[in-house]
Each structure stands twice: as structure tokens, then as C-alpha cells.
Write a protein that binds this ligand. Structure first.
Ligand code: ADP
Ligand code: MG
Length: 724
């Protein structure tokens, strides 16, 4: 149902809505990881030797001893059956941002017709979904459909429950018959291995003797919108593309700043608590919740974890957010820009690297100037972001994220690094060739005797930077709310691996020439900051001045749209980077360009088609009806001797004409398919289709403010954002 009747019905449904029946939550101790096959559950159920072997693989990344798989499978099955599971699923992460699952029953029919539950090592370790329907970017033709999933021992298995059943879920990698990665997990694991290897080289040159495996960590802050399902169901654009393609701005938006960190509405808090309870069961450490800047916008952030596990958990968080919303009569929008004119949603990816012996390698301590280990790792990041900034931009490129980047609400599309005043100063000293000390952060004295004094942070926050150092980690803020965090993490780990190898080479070279370690470190750091300091920027990333300086004086790329950014994946230096570090082969990288480019083109095509149909079938008839009512009323008044100003009739007709002309042009633009190259098609989507959509929208939104509200067929911004 669409049209004005549906709109009225939606508002009535929401007004009469009964609150969800809720129960008091269980204790954290009972909830925590109760649906996860954790190390401690393995310890209880596995023979000592088997447990030791599995634990070693998880903790040190050592190859799994296949003979243990049967024993683990048995214990896993018993545990899953005790939780009521009848099925198991290999869960994998194809090159969309979604999660995919292949379900199989434990059931095995015996010769006498009876059934038993069966689950052996072989099916735990390897699955074989027909992969032909997943995007593969030319890696396989459909007749070579075979794809394999393989158990990722380092990410724990868990149970997903629905109201009447539960399924054992096993995180896996997804590869083609010929071994090429068709998923997001495989390169993530490879990038971590490359970073580990390079980090160990540097740590050992610094004189560390005991060096545990180095892992990357990720804590991702997820922003999202909640809209009542009654509205979404009557808006084809929200339903199919996740964002409103039309809709006039409401009188009140976010200008009062009254939503950010405001009291959370009861209905929403009940929803959040429901989400958190499920996450706790899944062993996902949900840690913060709050209202975000825009009305109807919220955030959830878990505590950080090992990047691979955090990435799987991030996918689960998105799934749980969406599924739970349905139960509460809401729709959770993970789109980067669901509503024009108010803030969009991002996913800040907090990232650091560290290990059990040296700790967090991005922790500067109180006196960063004397912490050369930290400076080398931090310097390596600076070098990497400078050299491979366009790769970071490409890793977050999508049709939906284009609306955020550079829109003065999210970081600009120019990749720069914010360090904060203390580190800026240390690197300035390095550039001068002599390190003397660290600026003191100082004590915050509030001047009120009853309030405690506390140590100030050494650096302020800079919300306009896409890549900011925030005390003991970097925060990549340009990532989109609906994206998998795997791509950004792969890029960060890989560029760091490359830089750490460069650092190790530089140190080795100087040491072999008889230089002492301290001077080798200083000159390595100096070379980094002299050659790559151009990427460090502490000012306002939104300013037009910065955009000019960044490009013209500092030589940084400003890749405004995904159409500009995605072709970076085809550049030789990017291909070499991934290839030499064993993260993605040239074929795998090329397939990613193809897939992401296709997704961009398709996403815009779907949106454009929606604009055409919403205008033709919804707005055009409504405006026509209004015009007809208006003109007959005006003429009947006139025949009674009352003459009203009829200029609105003309104005509305003109706007309607402009709208239909634009929509017709848009329709023929969508039909265009003869492009020389995929790059040309990308540009056409960005530079021709999108502007036509914007133009159509400007007429439609103007009409929305002219036409009788009684006739308007789609829920308005005011309704969607403020009625809950
Ligand atoms: P803010 O909104 O102030 O940036 P939040 O507390 O919302 O901060 O989120 C910060 C995120 O950063 C959390 O997920 C947190 O666990 C994560 N984080 C903290 N320290 C590290 C670290 N060393 N490495 C990776 N992530 C971290
Ligand atoms: Mg943050």
C-alpha cells in the first residue's frame, strides 16, 4: 500500500502502538558468551593435547593440526546439540558487505531408516557452497562454480537463535576452486600475517629478544538510524535503496543540537537493550550507546578486539541491529546517508597493533620523544598513509559513502593524518635532527575544590580529520556505516607492513655500515617525516583552504567520488604492494575493482529507477490532482464573482513540467549502456545520472512544499524522523 491513505494509516498505527512486552535481563555473568564455543568451553570438553594444539593455533597463528579436527568437531557438535541446534552453517563474507551462510543439518539417515546426528572434522574444516551466484569479478566463469569455505579456527563458533530454533555458525574463509580469495576474510588474515612479519623484523632490530605474534586490533563505532517500519513500508526508496531519494527538509532538523547525547527515548532504549543482550550472548563486548547528531540517529560501539574477530563481530552487530529492529516495529538503516540535509552515518574504525610481549605498539606513553619504538611504528603509519592514501580512499569507496565524504559532516575525501600537538612537536624536533623532550599535557584543574583534578590528554580531538591519532590508536573516520570493516583493515595492515619493512631495511642498512642504533633510528624517522610529513595536518579538514593546499602544495589526492577512487585499485603500485606482501594476487585485486565498480553502477541505477517510478506513479498523479482541484475551485469561484490570485497554478504547473522533463532525461540516461570502459561507465553514473537525480529531487521537493498535504503520497521527513 502506498499513497496518502497508507501515510495516514502509518501514523495511526504508530500512535496506537502497544509497547513491546519485555523481561528483565539476565546477569552479565549468565549472558556473557553463553552462545559461543569459547576457549574455556573447549578446555572443558577437549582432551588436553587437542586443546593445547587448538589454543596454539588461535594464539600464535600456527597451522592447525588436521588430526585434531575430528575431536573438535565432536565436542562442538555435542555443545551445539545441548543448545538445541539441529543445523550448522559455514558463515562467510563475500565481496558485498553482507554475511553469507550455507546451512546443513546434523541429520544422517542410517540403513535401517533411523537417524543420528553427525558432524565430523572434514565438514567442520571444509564446506562447498555453490559459489556461482556470489560476485567474483571474472575469477570464475559460472561453469566453474565450485567454491570452498574453510574453517577459521581463530574466530570462535557460535549459536544463532531464532524463536523456534538455533544454528551452529562456523566462521570461514571463502575461496575459489583454484584457491583465489572470493571473500573479505582471507585478505584480512593475510594482511595481518604480513604486518606481523614486518613488525617482528623491526622489534627484533630494536633489541627485543622475546617477541610474541603481533596482531592488529579494531574497535568500530557503528552509527545507525531507526525509522518506524510503518513509514519504511510506504517508501519504495527506503525499502529498496535504504535512503530517501526525495523529501523536503522539515522545519526542524538537527540545528538545535538537541538530539546528540540527549536522553535516549524509551522505545529506543528497550530496543538497544534487546540488541545488547543478544550481543553479550554472542560474546560481543558492546560498550557504549548514545543518541547521535541527527534526529533518529544512534550509535553503538563494542570494546576493541583482535581485528579478525572484531570484523566478524561487526558483521554480527549489523545483523542483530537489523533483525532486532524488525521485532520492535522499527527499521534499522545502515545506509551512509538516509536523509538529505542531516548528518549521515559512519563507522569509525579504531585500529592499533600490538602483542603480548611489547604491548600496544602505538602507545606513546607519557614521554613519546623517548619512546623510539612507538615513534617508529607511528612514523611507519604516517609513511604508509602518505604513500597509499588513495588506497585508503578506494577502500571506503561506495555509492552511498560518496554522500558523506566531503559534505562537512564527515571527513573530507582527502586522506591526511592528525597527530595532535604533542606528537606534532616531537616529529618537528625529529625533522630538526634533534629530539629534546615532549610537551607536557598538564593537569586539568577545574578550580572547584570538590571536583577532582585530572591529567589532560596530550592531544585534542579533531573531528574533521579522516585519520586521527587518538591517544593509543589511529581512528579511520571516513569508513561508511554500512561497510564491512575488513577492507579498511586490510589496507591499514598492508600499508603498515610495507612501511615496517622499509623501516627494517633502513635500520639494517645503516647498522651494517657501522652506525649505532640510536642514530640509525633518528635518521630513519627524519627521512620519514621529511618525505612524508606532507600528509600530517592538524587544521580544519572541512575548509576550502585546506582542500586547495592539500592538492596544490602538498600533492595529496582529492578523489571526490567512488568513481574517481575505485580505479586506484588498478594502479601498478597498488598491485605491487598487495602482491609482494602476499595479501592479494593481481587477479584477486583486479576482480575486486570489477566487483566494486559494478556495485557502484548498479546501486546508482537502482536509485535512478526508483526516482523515475516514484515521480511517475506517486508524485505526478498527486500534483495533477491538486492542480485539477485548484483550477476547478478557482474557476467556480470566478464564476461567482470571486477572483483569487492564480499564479500558484502556473508556478506548480511549471515545476511539474520541469520535473517530468528531467525524469524523462534520467530515464533515457539509465538506458544508456554502450561504454568504452568500466571507468567511463563509473564516471557517467557519478557525473550524469546522479546530478539528474538531484535535479529531479529539487523539483519534487519544491512541489512537496506547495501541494496539499492531504494528497502527498509519501511519508514526510517530519514524520519519519520525529514520530516514534
Ligand atoms: P569515541 O567516540 O570517543 O571515539 P568510543 O568509546 O565511542 O570513543 O569508541 C572508541 C573505540 O575505540 C572503542 O571501540 C574502543 O574499544 C576502541 N579502542 C580503544 N583503544 C583501542 C586500541 N588500542 N586499539 C583499537 N581500538 C581501540
Ligand atoms: Mg570515535
Amino acid at each position: 500500500m502506498t499513497g496518502n491513505a497508507a501515510r495516514i494509516q502509518a501514523v495511526q498505527n504508530i500512535t496506537n502502538r502497544q509497547p513491546m512486552p519485555v523481561s528483565k535481563p539476565d546477569s552479565l555473568a549468565n549472558l556473557w558468551a553463553s552462545d559461543v564455543f569459547t576457549l574455556s568451553k573447549m578446555k572443558e570438553s577437549l582432551p588436553k593435547e587437542v586443546f593445547k594444539s587448538v589454543k596454539k593455533t588461535i594464539e600464535t597463528g600456527e597451522a592447525l593440526d588436521v588430526s585434531v579436527a575430528d575431536v573438535v568437531a565432536l565436542a562442538m557438535k555435542d555443545w551445539a546439540l545441548s543448545k538445541g541446534a539441529l543445523y550448522y552453517a559455514h558463515v562467510f563474507y563475500p565481496l558485498t558487505n553482507a554475511t553469507a551462510e550455507k546451512h546443513d543439518g546434523f541429520i544422517s539417515v542410517q540403513s535401517d531408516g533411523s537417524v543420528i546426528s553427525e558432524f565430523g572434522g572434514k565438514v567442520l574444516v571444509q564446506g562447498e557452497p555453490d559459489g556461482s551466484s556470489f560476485p567474483n569479478g571474472g575469477i570464475r566463469s559460472t561453469f566453474e562454480a565450485r567454491g570452498y569455505t574453510a574453517w577459521d579456527v581463530t574466530s570462535p563458533a557460535y549459536i544463532m537463535t531464532t524463536d523456534n530454533g538455533s544454528t551452529l555458525c562456523i566462521p570461514t574463509v571463502f575461496v575459489s576452486w583454484t584457491g583465489e580469495a572470493l571473500d573479505k576474510k582471507t585478505p584480512l588474515l593475510r594482511s595481518n600475517a604480513a604486518m606481523n612479519k614486518a613488525a617482528k623484523r623491526v622489534l627484533s632490530l630494536l633489541g627485543n629478544t622475546e617477541i610474541a605474534p603481533v596482531n592488529s586490533s579494531c574497535g568500530a563505532e557503528q552509527e545507525y538510524f531507526l525509522v518506524d517500519a510503518n513509514f519504511v513500508n510506504t517508501r519504495p526508496d527506503l525499502l529498496l535503496s535504504g535512503r530517501t531519494l526525495l523529501g523536503a527538509s522539515p522545519a526542524k532538523g538537527q540545528q538545535f543540537d538537541d538530539h546528540y547525547f540527549g536522553a535516549i527515548p524509551e522505545r529506543i532504549q528497550v530496543y538497544m537493550q534487546d540488541v545488547e543482550e543478544q550481543l553479550y550472548r554472542l560474546g560481543i563486548p558492546a560498550k557504549t550507546r548514545h543518541n547521535e547528531v541527527a534526529p533518529g540517529q544512534f550509535e553503538i560501539a563494542p570494546f576493541h578486539e583482535a581485528a579478525n574477530v572484531a570484523t566478524d563481530h561487526q558483521q554480527l552487530i549489523m545483523t542483530v541491529l537489523k533483525n532486532t529492529a524488525k521485532k520492535h516495529g522499527l527499521v534499522c538503516l545502515l545506509h551512509e546517508k538516509p536523509f538529505k540535509g542531516i548528518n549521515g552515518s559512519g563507522k569509525h574504525v579504531n585500529w592499533s597493533v600490538g602483542n603480548a610481549t611489547q604491548g600496544n605498539l602505538l602507545d606513546p606513553g607519557h614521554t613519546p620523544h623517548s619512546n623510539t619504538q612507538f615513534l617508529l611504528f607511528c612514523g611507519a603509519v604516517i609513511r604508509g598513509v602518505h604513500k597509499y592514501g588513495p588506497l585508503l580512499r578506494a577502500a571506503i569507496a561506495s555509492a552511498s559513502n560518496d554522500h558523506r565524504l566531503g559534505a562537512n559532516e564527515a571527513p573530507p575525501a582527502i586522506m591526511s593524518v592528525y597527530l595532535g600537538s604533542q606528537l606534532d612537536n616531537v616529529f618537528e624536533q625529529i625533522s630538526q635532527g634533534k629530539i629534546t623532550g615532549s610537551l607536557n599535557a598538564g593537569i586539568m584543574d577545574l578550580g572547584i575544590s570538590t571536583l577532582p583534578t585530572f591529567n589532560k590528554d596530550a592531544g585534542d580531538r579533531n573531528r574533521t580529520s579522516p585519520f586521527a591519532f587518538t591517544g593509543n590508536r589511529f581512528e579511520f573516520r571516513a569508513v561508511g556505516s554500512g561497510q564491512s570493516v575488513a577492507g579498511p583493515l586490510v589496507s591499514m595492515n598492508t600499508l603498515l607492513a610495507d612501511s615496517l619493512n622499509w623501516v627494517a631495511d633502513s635500520l639494517e642498512d645503516q647498522l651494517s655500515k657501522g652506525k649505532d642504533l640510536d642514530s640509525a633510528i633518528l635518521s630513519t624517522l627524519k627521512e620519514i617525516i621529511d618525505n612524508h610529513g606532507a600528509v600530517v595536518f592538524s587544521g580544519n579538514g572541512y575548509s576550502a583552504e585546506w582542500h586547495k593546499i592539500a592538492v596544490e602544495e602538498r600533492g595529496l589526492a582529492n578523489l571526490k567520488t567512488a568513481a574517481d577512487a575505485l580505479p586506484v585499485l588498478k594502479e601498478k603500485y597498488i598491485e605491487e604492494l598487495f602482491d609482494k606482501l602476499g595479501v592479494l594476487s593481481p587477479v584477486e585485486l583486479a576482480s575486486r575493482f570489477e566487483i566494486y565498480a559494478e556495485q557502484y553502477i548498479l546501486a546508482i541505477e537502482v536509485e535512478a529507477k526508483l526516482v523515475v517510478s516514484m515521480v511517475k506513479t506517486g508524485i505526478y498523479p498527486a500534483v495533477l490532482k491538486y492542480l485539477s482541484d485548484l483550477s476547478s475551485t478557482l474557476s467556480s469561484l470566478k464564476s461567482n464573482g470571486i477572483e483569487l490570485d492564480n499564479s500558484r497554478l502556473t508556478l506548480i504547473s511549471e515545476q511539474l513540467n520541469s520535473l517530468t522533463t528531467t525524469v524523462d532525461t534520467l530515464k533515457s540516461a539509465i538506458a544508456q549502456h554502450d561504454f568504452e570502459s568500466i571507468e567511463e561507465h563509473l564516471q557517467f553514473s557519478a557525473k550524469t545520472i546522479r546530478p539528474l537525480m538531484d535535479e529531479a529531487r529539487s523539483y519534487a521537493d519544491a512541489l512537496e512544499s506547495e501541494v496539499s498535504d492531504e494528497l502527498w503520497p509519501f511519508p514526510t521527513y517530519q514524520e519519519m524522523l520525529f514520530i516514534k
